[in-house]
Ligand binder design. Structure first.
Ligand SMILES: C[S@@+](CC[C@H](N)C(=O)[O-])C[C@H]1O[C@@H](n2cnc3c(N)ncnc32)[C@H](O)[C@@H]1O
Length: 236
């Protein structure tokens, strides 16, 4: 049977029932019973974020400054991990995140990713970053600059503007309109030549959609609980 993505006929409605959920590495994510969807893998939010976006993405690139586009900021875990890495390596990072459905501040405070990572000193600044107004920029440390946008993936219009895309959408079953050729073409155009896109997803149909958009795609080692994930490169 060939794999297919269901046609994106209905428009996505973000449920209001997301609440805290403890994953197997002890870190927390959000879970919605209505959507039956989580912001991270049940096998571990931190281990998944670190593996997919830092180890297989950030650390596999050499651009300096590194211009990151995150599609789906969510609870901000990828952003926090990248900020920490940038400071440790003294690597300049310019991080732009898209999030049309911001997580309520009270839920972000309860999740408390900085405390989970034993970085309580970053808590107040992290929450300030997560509450930035549309288009506003902040520089929380010498090596990290952050900009937040409420625009959707379907509205990406940048050209050659980023070195890496962290594509962290909900899965194709719940949000097929995130995994279309049009969205991958937008992310392809947004990347500079040689730029990479990483995602936890390893579906064959997603890999073929990326290839149709122009990417060269590799299947690489997945995070705990998943054999593979995808890394796509825009040819030079
Ligand atoms: C898997 S979660 C992201 C997890 C996140 N990176 C984190 O560290 O918590 C998917 C995110 O995509 C966001 N999203 C939904 N529709 C979107 C759209 N059209 N464009 C961009 N992001 C969208 C959701 O609100 C949600 O925050």
């Amino acid at each position: 049977m060939s794999e297919r993505l269901s046609a994106p006929t209905t428009s996505y409605e973000h449920p209001a029932d997301f609440s805290e959920y403890r994953t197997r590495d002890g870190s927390y994510t959000l879970y919605s019973p209505l959507l039956d969807e989580r912001y991270h893998s049940v096998h571990g939010a931190v281990q998944e974020s670190f593996h997919v976006f830092i180890r297989m993405g950030y650390a596999a690139t050499s651009a300096m400054p590194l211009r990151v586009l995150e599609v789906g900021l969510g609870t901000g875990l990828n952003m926090l991990l990248t900020w920490v890495e940038a400071d440790l390596a003294e690597r300049n990072v310019e991080y732009t995140a898209l999030e049309p459905y911001p997580v309520p501040p009270a839920l972000l405070a309860a999740l408390d990713h900085p405390a989970g990572l034993e970085l309580p000193e970053r808590r107040a600044t992290f929450l300030d970053l997560m509450a930035l107004q549309e288009g506003a920029t902040a520089q929380p440390s010498a090596h990290f600059r952050f900009q937040l946008s409420t625009r959707k993936a379907q509205q990406i219009e940048h050209i050659d503007a980023f070195d890496i895309v962290y594509f962290d959408a909900f899965g194709p079953a719940n949000q097929p309109e995130m995994w279309t050729l049009d969205v991958f073409q937008r992310m392809y155009r947004a990347l500079a030549p040689g730029g990479v896109l990483v995602t936890y997803c390893a579906k064959g149909v997603v890999r073929r959609t990326m290839q149709a958009a122009g990417f060269t795609v590799e299947r690489v080692q997945g995070p705990v609980g998943k054999k593979e994930m995808l890394r796509a490169t825009k040819p030079l």
